[in-house]
Design a protein around this ligand. Structure first.
Ligand code: NAP
Length: 492
């Protein structure tokens, strides 16, 4: 065990959707890694639930397959693997029926003193029936929590209904609305950068910052999730949660402590201060896009409609938004947000563009003085880059150029960061809600998103097509160029 790893309390993690993709790709590997790090106490159990009738041994086969597919072979250690598998129980129960619940209750009640974490890794339609059954079978103990996966509703009203149903059984301090972006090392480093350094915070305002770009770009298409995606689209799937959360952490005032409610109070103020986008300004402030066939990384790829197997669809696979925050700190500083599928690269970053210097003492031979930029990379290579102007080395006179002061966390610390789910699952067991969304945040996010969705519908705002492998439609470039600015990848 590494000296900095502190074991969590004895727990039962109940994963509804135990045979699903999320459990196989993320939850089981994350718990295995925490076991490997020595963070799980001997008594810790993982109880997986789905409708399928199968023995515990048969389910162990699923666990082993999941780990061999999603954990590096160099990290699969035989003794840890056996210890981990022995923690895993399986229970067949239907969220919408009574079968299997008595067995689950019996299993859980064998360790009533354990921290009990219910993880809803199932379709959100099942959140209400699952909560109801958990309540009916008396499974909520004082030390219980529930983790809700996105998406929480398709609009504000849907989110309210889901939250109301869950809220009948669990109180707000027991509800963990997960957004795995918040578990990323860089996101927490954003808070360290802002609030553990003297040098950034005085500059973190409209006097010194020209604009901020937040990009979450995927190079993959919708794959076999097209059916789900077509009912959602990029605004609901990525902006309502991940991008708005990144925006909040970038823009919020310093909380008085790094504690759940203090942080969430400040994020909430940002969500409430976002200027409304509706029928009057949606055409100017937002761009919708959908990928057509093209090529990504030199490989030809299909268009969205072919991926979907449909003749027609109005769903956006790309969105760009010019957002503004109406408060003293950020007045006049646009936040350009964009996300999309089948873009040129898989990259997520926050780019803080500082204003130009107020006066140059150098003559034209020095060349152009580029603005300072701070780039906070979330993926693929978590790290930060601060771009500063220096004199070009050598005897050739005072010529200036911008260079990156680059820090890659993997290179600097020599280890790859734990997956976001590892940290978040441990936070759930510890009962730390700092990196989870509170109900009023979710409501405020929908209050900003709903008018955009309504405006798109009301104005019949078109989707612009873009070839797979581009950075979105040309209308997205026009959105930012109208302000005399360019997206990061087009800057020199
Ligand atoms: P999935 O692969 O379709 O798995 C769904 C799981 O739910 C299966 O284990 C299924 O098992 C179980 N299930 C279905 N109906 C049930 C019922 N009536 N009672 C009990 N269990 C039932 O879905 P997923 O991709 O894992 O996603 C799960 C949730 O996480 C979704 O809300 C999704 O939006 C969200 N999410 C997924 C990912 C991801 O990477 N996959 C990422 C972020 C969020 P049986 O058929 O055996 O019952």
């Amino acid at each position: 065990m590494s000296p900095r790893t502190i074991q969590v309390s004895p727990f039962d993690l109940v994963v509804f959707g135990g045979t699903g993709d999320l459990a196989a790709r993320k939850l089981l590997p994350a718990m295995y890694q925490r076991d490997r790090a020595g963070q799980l106490p001997e008594a810790g159990r993982i109880i997986c639930v789905s409708r399928r009738a199968q023995t515990r041994e048969a389910y162990h086969g699923f666990v082993r397959d999941a780990l061999s597919s999603h954990v590096k072979s160099s990290e699969l250690e035989a003794t840890v693997l056996e210890r981990f598998v022995a923690r895993v129980h399986y229970c067949a129960a239907d969220a919408t029926g009574d079968g299997g619940w008595a067995e689950l209750a019996e299993l859980l009640n064998a360790a009533r003193e354990h921290v009990r974490s219910f993880y809803f890794a199932v379709s959100p339609d099942l959140f209400a029936p699952l909560s109801e059954q958990i309540g009916r079978f008396g499974l909520v103990t004082p030390e219980s929590r529930v983790v809700l996966e996105k998406p929480l509703g398709k609009n504000g009203e849907g989110a309210r209904a889901v939250n109301e149903a869950v809220g009948k059984v669990f109180n707000e301090s027991q509800i963990f609305r997960i957004d795995h972006y918040l578990g990323k090392e860089t996101v927490q480093n954003l808070m360290a950068l802002r609030f553990a350094n003297r040098m950034f915070e005085p500059l973190w305002n409209s006097t010194h910052i020209d604009h901020i770009q937040i990009t979450v770009a995927e190079d993959l298409g919708v794959g076999d999730r097209g059916g789900y995606y077509d009912t959602s689209g990029a605004l609901r799937d990525m902006v309502q949660n991940h991008i708005l959360q990144l925006l909040c952490l970038t823009a919020m005032e310093p909380p008085d402590a790094f504690e759940a409610d203090a942080v969430r109070d400040e994020k909430l103020k940002i969500l409430k201060a976002l200027k409304r986008i509706d029928e009057r300004n949606a055409e100017a402030a937002t761009v919708r896009g959908q990928y057509r066939k093209g090529s990504v990384g030199g490989q030809p790829t299909k268009g969205y409609l072919e991926d979907l197997g449909a003749e027609d669809s109005d769903t956006e696979t790309f969105v760009a938004i010019r957002a503004e925050i109406a408060n003293w700190r950020w007045a006049g500083v646009p936040f350009y947000l964009r996300t999309g599928k089948r873009l040129a690269a898989r990259t997520s970053e926050i780019v803080v563009n500082f204003r130009p210097i107020s006066h140059s003492i150098f003559d034209h031979t020095a060349g152009r003085i580029s603005q300072n930029r701070l780039i906070i990379r979330l993926q693929p290579d978590e790290g930060m880059t601060l771009e500063v102007m220096i004199k070009d080395p050598g005897p050739g006179g005072m010529r200036l150029r911008r260079i990156p002061l680059d820090m890659s966390f993997v290179e600097t610390f020599g280890v790859s960061n734990p997956d976001a789910y590892e940290r978040l699952l441990m936070d759930v067991i510890r009962g730390n809600q700092t990196l989870f969304m509170r109900l009023d945040e979710v409501t405020a996010a929908w209050n900003w998103i709903d008018p955009i969705l309504n405006a798109w519908k009301g104005n019949a705002q078109r989707v612009h097509h873009y070839p797979a492998g581009a950075w979105g439609p040309s209308a997205s470039i026009a959105l930012i160029e109208r302000d005399g600015r360019t997206w990061t990848e087009d800057m020199e």
